[in-house]
Ligand binder design. Structure first.
Ligand SMILES: Nc1ncnc2c1ncn2[C@@H]1O[C@H](COP(=O)(O)OP(=O)(O)OP(=O)(O)O)[C@@H](O)[C@H]1O
Length: 273
């Protein structure tokens, strides 16, 4: 699925006038099927707001989202949500569903109202749980799993509807390093093998380097820049948008290059260990 935003603008009007409005204008990008875009920016820059505007959960104040060339506003919402999987930031929820039930709910677009989930729906749920490595938690209550495990269950719930686009809001934020890798590799595999386009909010530069074909960077007073990873994620741009010195580090690992950015401020004194 191709996603295009043309001249997207949004703002929130703050009730206390002395505070600046959150405002972003002239957001333009095109994401081809199977491409991954990372959105980077400081806390409160408007990354979640942007995801909501892109998917129509919030209205752009100006501008439009196009899906395969058609204005999102003209599309049938139920059909749209069959094709778009949205994984919000995980918050600990207090409800009594099992992990399996939560994931089966992701099949809702395929289950008619009042019908019971079929064996096929359950099988799809188990496959999705296996994909994110938590099939062993299927029968556990969502109240009895960790924040990271809940995050993985929410991702499985989205995968189970077989979306053409995945929109993920900081999917790795509560996960340990091993689970982060499971999620990042799963996202990359889905995009490369099944042509699923992905938009992912992240605070981790190395995750953007690993996953993304394109990067959109935003900070309130700096506006928005969009382009290829190597053009956008430079030390100069990161300083401009995040206000800190970051050193780009690249090392070889077999046939792969690993790229990351490390804050210069986190050094320890020479000879201190
Ligand atoms: N419904 C709303 N009404 C008014 N202001 C809002 C609303 N939702 C969010 N904001 C404000 O807009 C700003 C951007 O919020 P948003 O959640 O989009 O940022 P973010 O970049 O995703 O942040 P983080 O990295 O911390 O998750 C914040 O200052 C927030 O307080």
């Amino acid at each position: 699925m191709k996603i295009e935003v043309i001249n997207g603008n949004y703002h929130y009007e703050k009730k206390r006038k002395r505070l600046p409005d959150l405002y972003a204008q002239d957001i333009n990008f095109t994401l081809e099927p199977g491409e991954i875009m990372a959105i980077l920016g400081p806390n409160g820059a408007g990354k979640t707001t942007m995801l909501k505007c892109i998917t129509g959960l919030l209205e752009w104040k100006k501008g439009e989202t196009f899906i395969d060339g058609k204005s999102l506003a003209t599309l049938n919402r139920k059909e749209l949500w069959k094709r778009v999987g949205y994984v919000p930031q995980a918050h600990k929820m207090v409800f009594g569903f099992s992990v399996e039930e939560l994931v089966v709910m992701g099949r809702a677009p395929y289950i008619s109202t009042l019908a019971q989930p079929s064996a096929k729906d359950l099988e799809a749920a188990h496959q999705a749980l296996e994909m994110v490595d938590i099939l062993h938690l299927a029968k556990k209550s969502c109240n009895e799993i960790s924040g990271g495990e809940l995050q993985l269950a929410l991702i499985a719930r989205t995968l189970v509807s077989e979306p053409e686009v995945l929109i993920l809001d900081e999917p790795e934020s509560h996960l340990d390093i091993q689970k982060q890798i499971v999620i990042l590799q799963t996202i990359k595999r889905l995009s490369k093998e099944r042509g699923i386009s992905c938009i992912i909010n992240t605070h981790y530069p190395n995750h953007a380097f690993y996953l993304a074909d394109r990067v959109l960077m935003t900070a309130k007073e700096k506006g928005v820049i969009y382009g290829k990873v190597q053009e956008v994620m430079t030390e100069v741009r990161m300083k401009e948008f995040f206000g800190i010195e970051l050193k780009k580090v690249i090392f070889e690992e077999g046939d792969y290059l690993v790229e990351t950015m490390i804050p210069s401020a986190l050094g320890t004194e020479r000879n201190s260990r």
